[in-house]
Design a protein around this ligand. Structure first.
Ligand SMILES: C[S@@+](CC[C@H](N)C(=O)[O-])C[C@H]1O[C@@H](n2cnc3c(N)ncnc32)[C@H](O)[C@@H]1O
Length: 285
């Protein structure tokens, strides 16, 4: 009996030593774990603002110029939707009813192949049925990984890339995310996205706004997200500022004009889990 008590005491001491050695998590790591719980939430646990089923019609309202770009694609071209949620926009693109957004955005050269990325798998039975009915991998859905966990060879090249409240709004590595996205784009192709709760390019946002994503320079001065994007080599950036929306929002189009994209690095200062998260980044200049 005495030996047993001794062994238990030794074991408890050893465990204590192991726990004591475990490094404490940083506040940012804690928030990233919290964010992962939002991604993985299901049913009643999904926060109200975490919307994963936007239609193609909603994408068209949020991404000026995107419908025209889709219409210019042919059947061997490719559209990537980063942070696709349930992939509803892609399902709508393949819909064949005369009045559908899919038909409206399809050109004479047919419909492109579409690839959806989502950290969590939100596909429905309808998705699986429709994807199977199109056959031949026209619609692909990758779940379980972030954009940064794919190699460029695995994903291939795209002529159009979209991100509606996806990785661009959720990533903790904004410069890496933008660089990877633009490298997946063919020269001549376009990336359509938006950012909510930001300092607007036209300067018309209400200064009392509680901003979601903030960029500051080394001296703590505000840097507008579009000004930062315009520093990227080999792209043309167009921004449409929405100061009268509930939160000031920038609708963004980034056109790749040559191959050698280089995105200025940016450092994460703060990350607060949410839908979307609150983030603060520091630019180099
Ligand atoms: C709020 S939902 C938006 C879904 C869809 N775009 C919509 O508007 O309905 C966020 C999506 O972005 C995905 N996401 C966030 N960060 C990502 C990243 N770094 N790489 C790939 N997907 C990401 C999530 O997994 C989820 O699918």
């Amino acid at each position: 009996m005495r030996t047993l008590v001794f062994v238990i005491a030794l074991y408890t001491l050893a465990l204590g030593a192991v726990w004591a050695q475990e490094p404490a998590r940083s506040p940012i790591d804690e928030q990233i774990i919290k964010q992962q719980k939002i991604f993985n939430s299901r049913g009643a646990d999904v926060p109200e603002g975490y919307i994963t089923g936007r239609s193609l019609a909603s994408y068209l309202q949020l991404l000026p110029g995107f419908c025209g770009s889709l219409g210019g694609l042919g059947s061997s071209d490719r559209w990537l939707d980063i942070g696709a949620g349930a992939g509803q926009a892609i399902l709508d693109y393949y819909a064949t009813e005369d009045n559908s957004a899919g038909k409206m955005c399809s050109g004479p050269r047919g419909r492109a192949r579409a690839v959806a990325l989502s950290i969590e798998d939100r596909r429905t039975d309808k998705w699986h049925r429709l994807a199977a009915s199109f056959g031949d991998g026209r619609m692909q859905y990758f779940a379980g990984r972030r954009l940064r966990q794919f190699s460029s060879e695995e994903l291939g090249k795209f002529q159009v890339i979209t991100d509606v409240f996806g990785g661009f709004s959720y990533t903790d590595d904004l410069s890496g995310f933008v660089e990877r996205t633009l490298r997946l784009l063919d020269a001549g192709g376009a990336f359509y996205t938006l950012m909510q709760g930001v300092h607007l390019q036209d300067g018309k946002d209400n200064p009392n706004t509680s901003y979601l994503t903030e960029l500051v320079d080394g001296a703590g001065g505000d840097v507008k997200v579009c000004s930062w994007l315009k520093r990227i080599a080999c792209v043309e950036v167009t921004c449409e500022s929405k100061s009268n929306w509930q939160a000031p929002t920038e609708l963004i189009q980034v056109k790749k004009v040559c191959g050698d994209v280089s995105v200025p690095p940016i450092k994460l200062l703060k990350y607060e889990a949410g839908d979307p998260p609150g983030r603060r980044f520091q630019t180099e200049q």
